[in-house]
Unconditional design. Structure first.
Length: 253
C-alpha cells in the first residue's frame, strides 16, 4: 500500500511534485475549482483524490503546501483540522508565518525546482527535526536533497537551486544563439546544447567545476578564447549578483 500525501494547490510546482511522487504515493490534491483539479489529474495521467477547500479536513495528514506566498493568510480559514506534517515550498515564507496560518504538529520548509517532474529536482529543506527523515524520503523521490540548519541558508539555497534552472535556461539559449550567429541551424544548435548540458550534469557530480574547466582549456586554444570573452563580459559576476538579488528577494517576500 502506497503512502499518502496531500498537495495544497494545483499550479506548476504542485504538478511537478505530483509527477515525481505519483508512482510511490497515493496523492490528494486540494484546490478551489473541481474542473481545474480534473484537468490536473488528466494531465498527470494518474488517478488522484480531488478535494475542494470547503470539503477538506487536514487532520493527521501530511501536507505539501504549493500555493502562492501571497495566499498564505487565506489558508487560515480554508484549511481546517490539525495536520501531521506540513512541508511548504513557499519561497520567503518563514516557519513562524506558516505556524500562524496552518495548524500542524511539525513544520518543514522546502525549496524544490521544476525538475521534480523528471525526478531531478534539487530540493533544500529545513525545519523540525522530528520529521526530517520523512521529509527527506518524500523529496528524495523527486531528485536530490540537502538538509540545512537554518532558514537563512534555505533562502540562499533558493537563490541558487530554486531559481537556478532559469539562469541555466538563459545560458543554454544564449549558447544556442551563439551557434546560430556563427552559422549553425537552430535545431542543430539546440541539439548540441542539450547534449552539452546532459553530459556536464553527470560530470559535475564528481569533478569540481574549476578542475573540469582547467582540463578542457588548452593553452591558446578555442576554449581559452571563449572563456576570456565570458570573463570580459561579466558572466561570472553576473551569476554571483543573480544569486544575491534572488536571496534578497526571498528575504523580502
Amino acid at each position: 500500500m502506497n503512502k499518502q500525501i496531500t498537495l495544497i494547490g494545483n499550479g506548476n510546482m504542485a504538478f511537478a511534485i505530483a509527477s515525481g511522487l505519483a508512482s510511490s504515493y497515493d496523492i490528494e490534491v486540494v484546490g478551489r475549482d473541481i474542473q481545474k483539479l480534473e484537468e490536473f489529474e488528466e494531465k498527470l495521467k494518474s488517478v488522484i483524490k480531488k478535494t475542494v477547500y470547503p470539503e477538506f479536513d487536514a487532520k493527521d495528514k501530511s501536507l505539501i503546501l504549493c500555493v502562492k506566498p501571497a495566499n498564505i493568510t487565506s489558508m487560515k480559514t480554508m484549511i481546517k483540522g490539525k495536520a501531521k506534517n506540513l512541508y511548504s515550498v513557499l519561497a520567503g515564507t518563514s516557519i513562524d508565518v506558516l505556524k500562524e496560518n496552518i495548524d500542524a504538529e511539525s513544520y518543514v520548509r522546502t525549496m524544490p525546482n521544476l525538475a521534480a517532474n523528471i525526478k531531478k529536482s534539487m530540493t533544500t529543506l529545513t525545519g523540525d527535526l522530528a520529521c526530517k527523515d520523512d521529509a527527506l524520503e518524500i523529496f528524495s523521490s523527486i531528485g536530490y536533497t540537502l538538509w540545512v540548519a537554518s532558514e537563512k541558508e534555505l533562502n540562499i539555497a533558493t537563490a541558487v537551486a530554486g531559481s537556478g534552472p532559469a539562469y541555466l535556461a538563459l545560458i543554454a539559449e544564449a549558447l544556442a544563439d551563439g551557434g546560430v550567429k556563427q552559422g549553425l541551424k537552430r535545431d542543430d544548435a539546440m541539439q548540441l546544447v542539450r547534449g552539452l548540458f546532459a553530459g556536464f550534469g553527470d560530470i559535475i557530480q564528481d569533478v569540481h567545476p574549476a578542475l573540469f574547466k582547467d582540463a578542457v582549456m588548452s593553452p591558446g586554444g578555442t576554449t581559452a578564447a571563449g572563456y576570456s570573452a565570458l570573463e570580459e563580459n561579466g558572466v561570472r559576476i553576473g551569476c554571483i549578483k543573480a544569486v544575491e538579488a534572488a536571496y534578497k528577494k526571498a528575504t523580502e517576500l
